[in-house]
Design a protein around this ligand. Structure first.
Ligand code: HEC
Length: 143
């Protein structure tokens, strides 16, 4: 099905006289490809301090009840998922019982801050708060 569709597109673009020799391949994105910006992480840090640090700790180390948001266990929990999954987890369940006290934009900024705290590289643009796009970004261990 996929091959057939590709073939059809190639034929169609060729018929239109476009250059079909190089079908466009979507570039794969991951936590290692600079998906958040420094500015976003900075904003996220402020929100984190205000809304998350009381449980997850000033250094994201956890408090024994709330888990750490850095380190090997956190990495193991999220490796193989996507940044969209992490965002959704925070969006629907954090802070517990007060999920709507922090807006989606603030929450995606916090995701940027969490990526930075886990030493993933920053890039030029912000993570957008749309879950669908975020689901294209693989959560991978730091390279
Ligand atoms: C009142 C304490 C409290 C606050 C405030 C809080 N959390 Fe949590 N968080 C927890 C607890 C407890 C868990 C684990 C149990 C659960 O899932 O509810 C958790 C789990 C998580 C997880 C899942 C971690 C993993 O590896 O499974 C993430 C991510 C997270 N919190 C992010 C946040 C963010 C971001 C904020 C701020 C917007 C926040 N939390 C605010 C208590 C808190």
């Amino acid at each position: 099905m996929k091959l057939t569709l590709t073939a059809l597109i190639v034929l169609w673009t060729a018929a239109l006289g476009l250059n079909a020799a190089e079908p466009r391949v979507e570039q794969e994105q991951s936590t290692n490809s600079g998906v958040y910006s420094e500015v976003q992480a900075k904003r996220g840090e402020a929100t984190y301090t205000q809304a998350c640090a009381s449980c997850h700790g000033g250094q994201l180390e956890g408090d024994g009840f709330a888990p750490a948001l850095t380190g090997p266990e956190f990495m193991a929990n999220w490796t193989g998922t996507t940044v969209g999954d992490l965002f959704e987890r925070i969006r629907v369940s954090m802070p517990p019982g007060q999920e709507s006290s922090v807006g989606a934009q603030d929450k995606i900024d916090v995701v940027g801050f969490i990526l930075k705290a886990n030493q993933f590289p920053a890039g030029q643009s912000d993570l957008a708060k749309e879950t669908e796009g975020l689901k294209q970004i693989k959560f991978e261990p730091k390279q």
